[in-house]
Design a protein around this ligand. Structure first.
Ligand code: ADE
Ligand code: ZN
Length: 317
């Protein structure tokens, strides 16, 4: 499983920071990290709001472009060692320079340069706004995305707490990103139900949905996703760790695939959810009997849906 070539479309760069990386950086900077790690040394949270809080506390140790350069190298080396040949990472101007355009350019330069030093894996950036930070900050984030759109920044998305605000509040940000030629994706149908997925399709006009799994609760929506070729960035271990499903056996990914929905597989925030791409593949093999043809299929789907240029896409097939 480790050696199967994998494409990952949904990975939060800060969320991929191993606990020991965060601890080391905090130690170097003499920063206190309260309420981040449990007794075992792992990230410690009880529910989704708690997860977001720990995520933001851990991210606060990343204060300079060079911190992000180190993080990028560490994350890409780990992904590459799991067989990942292409990854799209969510990058947040909120954490990288507080949405100041010149500061954001410095962070982005550091991330891109670091990514180019890691052999065997290609990376693209999907600039992401954060739903619970509100639409005004999302507008500033979209401007950062639009100003830096190009060969490396190829997408725009929204993450954060789906229970807060409505997709229609973010239409300006998504229109701005679309006009800049960026591919569009939105987290929905993770903690929100089918209406939440419908709203990002209708209001934000995304071609991909982050998670989207709770669409399974509405057969008409499942049919629509299949008919319109909407691609789901499914993160099974994340959904189990955050309590969306009690265990992987109850996860709808196989039902979705069976009904013609274009599914892909990602890890979301791997150290938070104690997963890797190889472990995701092993679980899908064990529980749903996915074999080589299934894994080839999802890699093909991911290559077709990747926010990169046609030449890169062709090389991924
Ligand atoms: N940010 C990082 N991981 C996330 C998730 N699973 N859902 C929403 N926002 C996130
Ligand atoms: Zn996510």
């Amino acid at each position: 499983m480790r050696h199967l070539p994998k494409l990952e479309l949904h990975l939060h760069l800060e969320g991929a920071a191993p606990p020991e990386f965060v601890r080391r950086l905090a130690g170097e900077k003499k920063l206190r990290l309260d309420g981040v790690f449990g007794a075992s040394g792992a990230y410690d949270y009880n529910d989704f709001p708690g997860f977001l809080q720990v995520y933001e506390r851990a991210t606060a140790v990343l204060t300079r472009p060079e911190d992000y350069a180190r993080l990028t190298r560490e994350v890409l080396e780990r992904s590459r060692d799991e067989g990942v040949i292409y990854t799209e990472a969510f990058l947040s101007p909120d954490f990288c320079g507080g949405r100041d355009l010149e500061a954001w350019r410095d962070y982005l330069h550091a991330i891109r340069e670091a990514a180019e030093t890691v052999d065997g894996i290609a990376m693209r950036g999907v600039v992401t706004c954060i739903r619970h930070f509100g639409p005004d900050l999302a507008r500033e984030t979209a401007r950062c995305a639009a100003e830096t759109a190009g060969a490396f920044v190829t997408g725009f998305g929204i993450a954060g707490n789906e229970a807060i605000g409505k997709p229609r509040d973010f239409v300006w940000a998504f229109d701005c990103a679309r006009e800049a030629g960026l591919g569009l994706t939105a987290h929905a149908g993770e903690f929100g139900g089918p209406d939440s997925v419908r709203d990002v399709l209708d209001d934000l006009r995304v071609t991909r949905v982050g998670h989207g799994v709770r669409a399974i609760e509405d057969p008409a929506l499942v049919e629509r996703l299949a008919r319109e070729g909407v691609v789901l960035e499914v993160c099974p271990a994340s959904n189990v760790a955050l309590g969306v499903y009690a265990k992987i056996d109850a996860h709808p990914i196989e039902k979705m695939r069976g009904r013609g929905v274009a599914v892909t597989v990602s890890t979301d925030d791997p150290p938070f959810f104690h997963t890797t791409m190889t472990e995701e593949y092993e679980a899908l093999h064990r529980v749903f009997d996915w074999q080589g043809e299934h894994f080839r299929d999802i890699a093909r789907t991911a290559a077709d849906a990747a926010f990169c240029d046609a030449e890169t896409r062709a090389a991924l097939h």
